[in-house]
Design a binder for this molecule. Structure first.
Ligand code: ZN
Ligand code: FE
Length: 258
């Protein structure tokens, strides 16, 4: 059995962002994913006495890169970011594109280009650690708003993520779970697996705990945005359209106006 090497620390930022601080103790490497602000990251690093070796960005939005400059200055980290955002993210050291295999925190990581929320958005998948950093593409029970890409692009990006193994643990960019759960339940009121997930989610939120990470396998049966080609789901909720990306569009627009 593969023993996981990484410790993934969840840091709160702004009102509902998550920053992930990844620690590889054996190799003495520390990496941060999407530092929207620097202060909470610096604080955390200070309590552990770690340097910051790598900064990883999923996309160019300020709430994901706002801490880059200050962190780069203090720690002389390497900045890893999507090549597609090279004019929108400054100081990139290693620009990555779809299917690149790179080392993050000393661990083999695959870059998955997931256009939709933004055109350049990428996710980072660590097969040996069973984890995915999904930025603003896939959320627990939801998905990102489609700002720059087309609905079709977002749907095919989500299908790429859906094809990863069920045991994958997903670390997404925001704590949007409770409001996503309300919409999911509205769309799919009789889904018993969803019902069970919501009980767990509510318990965590009441205790002030993050609902992250979440399991991709479960998500495939409870996240409406991963089910636009699921015949039972479509039939039950009269979402029938000419194709699955149209169904996805219908769902996404319903959620935008929910
Ligand atoms: Zn974003
Ligand atoms: Fe965001």
């Amino acid at each position: 059995m593969w023993v996981k090497m990484l410790e993934i620390n969840i840091i709160d930022a702004f009102s509902d962002n998550y920053i992930y601080l990844i620690r590889n103790e054996e190799k003495n490497i520390t990496s941060v994913v999407d530092p929207g602000e620097s202060t909470p990251v610096i604080k955390f690093l200070n309590t552990r006495g770690w340097n910051l070796d790598e900064i990883i960005n999923t996309h160019h939005h300020h709430d994901h890169i706002g801490g880059n400059t200050e962190l780069l200055e203090i720690y002389k980290s390497k900045l890893i970011a999507p090549i597609y955002d090279k004019t929108r993210i400054s100081n990139i050291d290693i620009s990555v594109s779809d299917n690149d295999i790179i080392n993050i925190a000393g661990t083999k990581t695959r870059v998955i280009h997931t256009p939709g929320h933004t055109l350049g958005h990428v996710c980072f998948y660590m097969e040996n650690e069973n984890c995915l950093f999904s930025g603003d593409t896939l959320f627990f029970l939801g998905c990102g708003r489609v700002f720059e890409g087309t609905m079709e692009q977002m749907w095919s990006s989500l299908m790429k993520l859906r094809s990863l193994p069920n045991e994958t643990l997903v670390y997404c960019g925001h704590e949007y779970t409770s409001s996503n759960a309300k919409f999911a339940k509205h769309i799919d009121p009789d889904n018993q697996f969803l019902e069970e997930a919501i009980i767990e989610i509510n318990n965590k939120r009441r205790g002030g705990l993050p609902t992250i990470p979440f399991e991709l396998g479960k998500e495939k049966i409870i996240n409406p945005f991963l089910r636009a080609d699921d015949q039972n789901f479509i039939d039950n909720f009269s979402l029938k359209t000419s194709n699955s990306s149209e169904t996805f569009r219908t769902l996404r627009l319903k959620k935008d106006n929910f």
